[in-house]
Design a protein around this ligand. Sequence first.
Ligand code: SF4
Ligand code: SF4
Length: 455
Amino acid sequence: MPATESGSESGSQLVVISEKPPAPRKARPTPIDPGFHYHRLRKAVHVICVAVFFLLPLTNLMRIDIPRQRFYFFSYELWISEFSIIFFSMMFLMFVVAAMAMLWGRVYCGYLCPQMIFSEASIALESWLQRTINKHVGGSTRLRSLLSKAVFYVLAGLASVVLAFVFISYFVEPRDLLHRLLSLDIKTAGGIAGATTTILTLIDFLFVRLRFCTTVCPYGYLQGMLTDGHTLLVHYRDEKHECIECMKCLRVCHMGIDIRNSPYQIECVGCGECIEGCNVILAKLGKPGLIHYVWGETGERLFTGDRPWYQKIGIRDPKRMLVLLVLLFYATGLFTALSMRHAMLVQLAPVRTTLYRVDKDGTVFNTFHLRAANRSRQQQTLVLSIESLPGAHFVAFENAALINPGQTMERDIEIAAPAGAALVPGVNHFRLISRVGNEQDSFDETFITPFQDSR
Ligand code: SF4
Ligand code: SF4
């Protein structure tokens, strides 16, 4: 509004209009690039995780078949008796998860955990149904709310059956399980486990969801023991007091926390949604976001700094070194056990209930127990031979046996040494050789002849 002044000069009225110069307009901030899209990354990782969750048991890539007592580990079909490999695999996977927690905090929870993935999917489905029904269906608010709940319960029930089926497929052969499901079997252990898992999954979908992560999840509590001053965490840093209190970081957080209060809240799963939320808001004002992934509370930001990566992750820390060494130990053990594994397990042991048998022409017989288990998926031919026992041969055994996949052959075989064989009285050391394809095993054995040569 222009200001006016009035006065008189030589009887005439003089009106002076003085105008204040307009206040300089604040330059509009130039928006900047909001940076990395953590939400998109998470959703892509979630899709991959769901695909892996479905594919692992259905393709036998990783599965424990309890009824058949088999452990499938990528291309290996391990028998439950091969405990060392199963032990090393389990311990290796466990320490991989522990090392991840130590280096990257709860990033496993935010990006890879099935509980988190399916809980978020359930929440997203419920709110999408509410929005869609409100938009397209007429009637009272109560009626629409009841309708959206009913549809959600039906879909959650179907999803629970599918997920429980995939989960139990990790322990029971999928075709066998499908047969039990179609016959509504709730009598056998597999059927009962399937029905129980379905009910628990449904309860989880409907009522528990992300509460599980902050109340009972043991992995969440394990973090406290494993994290240290260098562990990756989500940190709010606002030295210049630039926060505009838009609350975007709070609204996008599915764990319902305000990261501005502390970077050490047990509920924070390090998903990075608040980082992206803040970046997007402040980028419109031409400023960088205030929330970042950082290596420890006072550490550098992820992807910044001059120090090499191994310094950033604190490789000199004794606890980290210990965990990495244990990981290396189990990886070496697993690799060694797998490389030493033979498709055919051959065991040979002398039967000493009778030391030897001599027939009337002076031939001496010793009995050995043969156990051969074909752990491969093809039929195998087992060839046995005798070394360093002059003149000896198998009785009623043609040196070779065909063994079907998954079959275990057990039988007693006799080795005969004729009267003229150059054996010493008493104990004669020799070797039994087993060959299956290119694999060969040798067994140091003893052949007993009469201690006083009475032949
Ligand atoms: S505070 Fe941020 S990083 Fe932590 S759970 Fe919430 S949105 Fe994810
Ligand atoms: S999103 Fe950023 S600017 Fe907005 S309240 Fe959170 S920290 Fe402050």
